[in-house]
Design a protein around this ligand. Structure first.
Ligand code: ASP
Length: 338
């Protein structure tokens, strides 16, 4: 995608270089005035309740009558010690299989099943085996979003919840709030019968977990046969983080986003960069504007690197077509089913 960029004097020029940041491919550019009659995507996309009229207008529907199911699962884009590469890939493939076994129950069930399994894999940075914060403690974040009603739930800074993804789901189902953190989140978990755990169970090999470099996250994006989309994510965040730090993963629009009209995405990498760019939402806007999942995935990681010198990876599923992944790190184990 090519677009124009403003120079310091405000004169638009074509850079000739893919410019995802300024990308508004349907003729709306950030340079000068939009073409006459151009409509903001805000007015055409609308809210879930407006989805029917908006769908009628745009020819889109929030769920397709039939769609090709698809699932993509990733195990993080952080540095992987050579001796762990195959093991991590195998863990991600097991998660893909667990998720795919649930696809008949819907996209949400599939994404949740995949992430739940990865929370139990000690080699992945989520749940058991997650990285340690600056106090040597595991603090976990997780998030979930479904594209039919744009419902979302995120939890952060958990020390004693056995499966953070279960709690994110409860927050989403409860519906009063989108994000819960720390002690309040734990109290909510107990009140809703979510399984609790002694914080020590998350540390299986303190030396290894202390030395985990960079960052990682596990995530899954799914599309079911009704055309519904969902994303689930879980993470220990980044190694040595300040106690209380919250990453992008539980935040809709930053680390995750799902909208049945356009697609669903999940990120991994420097959470602060995803938050500052609003990257997950930006990616879905690009899908909305007709860009393919592959172009959006590549554009997102290019933007991470160019705009904020950050590293990471993304997985994407559009309303149609195959899942896509991209990363600007040495590796990101991922597995696909379609
Ligand atoms: N994005 C996660 C965070 O910053 C970590 C990662 O995915 O690598 O919390």
């Amino acid at each position: 995608m090519f677009c124009c960029r403003e120079d310091p004097k405000g004169v638009a020029k074509t850079t000739g270089e893919p410019s995802w940041r300024e990308g508004f491919p349907r003729g709306v550019t950030r340079c000068g005035r939009p073409p006459a009659g151009a409509e903001s995507f805000l007015s055409t996309a609308g809210s879930p309740s407006a989805a029917c009229s908006s769908a009628a207008k745009t020819g889109l529907a929030r769920s397709l009558s039939s769609a090709r199911p698809a699932l993509i699962v990733h195990g993080g884009a952080g540095p992987v010690p050579e001796n762990e590469r195959e093991l991590r890939q195998a863990a991600v493939e097991r998660a893909r299989d667990a998720g795919w076994a649930e696809i008949g129950s819907g996209a949400l069930a599939a994404a949740l099943a995949a992430v739940r399994l990865m929370e139990d894999e000690p080699l992945l940075n989520a749940g058991i085996g997650a990285c340690l914060n600056a106090d040597g403690v595991v603090e976990l974040d997780a998030g979930v979003m479904e594209g039919a009603e744009l419902r979302a739930g995120g939890v952060a800074g958990l020390k004693d919840v056995r499966h953070p993804i279960d709690l994110a789901l409860e927050v989403m189902r409860d519906g009063r709030h989108v994000l819960l953190a720390g002690d309040g989140a734990s109290r909510f978990a107990r009140e809703h019968g979510v399984e609790m755990a002694d914080p020590s169970i998350f540390i299986t090999d303190r030396k290894r977990q202390e030395l985990l470099h960079g960052a990682d996250t596990v995530g899954a994006v799914a599309r079911d046969s009704d055309g519904h989309l969902a994303v689930a994510v879980s993470t220990g965040g980044i190694n040595g983080k300040l106690p209380g730090r919250i990453g992008d993963s539980p935040i809709p629009g930053a680390g995750i986003y799902a909208d049945d009209l356009f697609g669903a995405v999940c990120g991994t990498g420097k959470g602060e960069a995803f938050i500052r760019l609003g990257l997950a939402r930006l990616m879905v806007v690009e899908l909305q504007h007709g860009m393919s999942a592959a172009v959006v995935a590549r554009g997102a990681v290019a933007l991470l690197g160019k705009a904020l010198k950050a590293s990471g990876g993304v997985i994407v599923i559009g309303r149609e077509g195959a899942p896509e992944a991209a990363f600007n790190t040495a590796a990101m184990p991922f597995a696909v089913a379609i």
